[in-house]
Write a protein that binds this ligand. Structure first.
Ligand SMILES: C[S@@+](CC[C@H](N)C(=O)[O-])C[C@H]1O[C@@H](n2cnc3c(N)ncnc32)[C@H](O)[C@@H]1O
Length: 253
């Protein structure tokens, strides 16, 4: 693994410059703190829109029986559960995340839904996966890549573990281009979201990080170039809700 460059994403925790070696610890503390309130906060902050984005995202994966999924940074299971609902029980789904607390909440939600067989839950760092080459049909990462210090290592690992013919799907916050929407969105995210974090999760700092990290994430053109560099083909980037989020797709041939 190459050491991170001075100005790479690893050198930033939101808007704060950090020692890259500290980033996993700082991000870990955010998700330890928010795990129990994570799903409620997503609904409150997005007014439920994240559900529509996730539905569209999973629909594009064309889930079906025997088509395996690695849901990276899968956290509390939102993507995995949608995939399972669409693909049925004859499908292997691996939910992988670096944070044990997020996986704990995810496993509990899976049991509540009766999703036991066909699910594997793994502690994994997206930058260095424990899986063999050419293992999965689909790789998804939803609102996770932004938190990974070495994005290029994660993309290379995604490419490695996908089977030839497999597909990469990323759902992430993106860049809003329309001036009026950008103004409204900036006002809402910079002022209202940390306040909501304070009131509902007693943790404004984690939600401040969330908002700042969105602004540090590469734009659609940059991420598309990096997907190509990682070896992906047929790259697509589709903005959602005026570019507040985007779906990135790449194929491995
Ligand atoms: C915002 S949550 C997204 C959870 C879920 N995918 C969703 O869409 O609701 C981000 C997740 O990324 C995980 N994460 C952060 N850094 C990671 C890394 N290097 N490798 C794997 N997971 C990571 C966090 O632990 C957290 O569960």
């Amino acid at each position: 693994m190459a050491p991170p460059q001075k100005n790479s994403e690893a050198a930033w925790f939101g808007d704060t410059r950090i020692d890259p070696a500290e980033k996993h610890k700082l991000v870990g503390a955010v998700f330890d703190s928010v795990a129990d309130r994570y799903d409620l906060m997503n609904d409150l902050m997005s007014g439920g829109i994240h559900r529509l984005w996730k539905n569209k995202f999973v629909g594009l994966m064309r889930p079906r029986a025997h088509k395996t999924l690695l849901d990276m940074a899968g956290g509390t299971g939102d993507i995995a559960f949608r995939y399972r609902r669409a693909a049925g029980e004859d499908t292997q789904i691996t939910v992988a995340d670096i944070n044990a607390e997020m996986l704990r909440v995810g496993k509990k939600r899976a049991i509540d839904r009766g999703y036991i067989d066909g699910f594997t839950w793994n502690l994994e760092n997206a930058e260095k996966l424990s899986f063999e080459n050419n293992t999965f049909d689909n790789y998804s990462i939803s609102f996770g890549l932004r938190n990974v210090p070495r994005i290029d290592d994660a993309l290379a690992e995604a490419h490695r573990v996908l089977k030839p013919g497999g597909s990469f799907f990323c759902l992430e916050f993106s860049n809003v281009e329309k001036k009026i929407l950008k103004k409204i969105y900036d006002g809402y995210s910079l002022r209202v979201i940390p306040r909501m974090g304070d009131v509902f999760a007693k943790d404004s700092n984690s939600y401040k990080y969330l908002v700042e990290s969105i602004r540090k994430f590469p734009d659609r053109a940059n991420l598309s170039r990096r997907l190509r560099k990682a070896g992906f083909d047929k790259i697509e980037a589709t903005p959602l809700t005026g570019g507040i989020a985007a779906i990135h797709i790449g194929r491995k041939y």
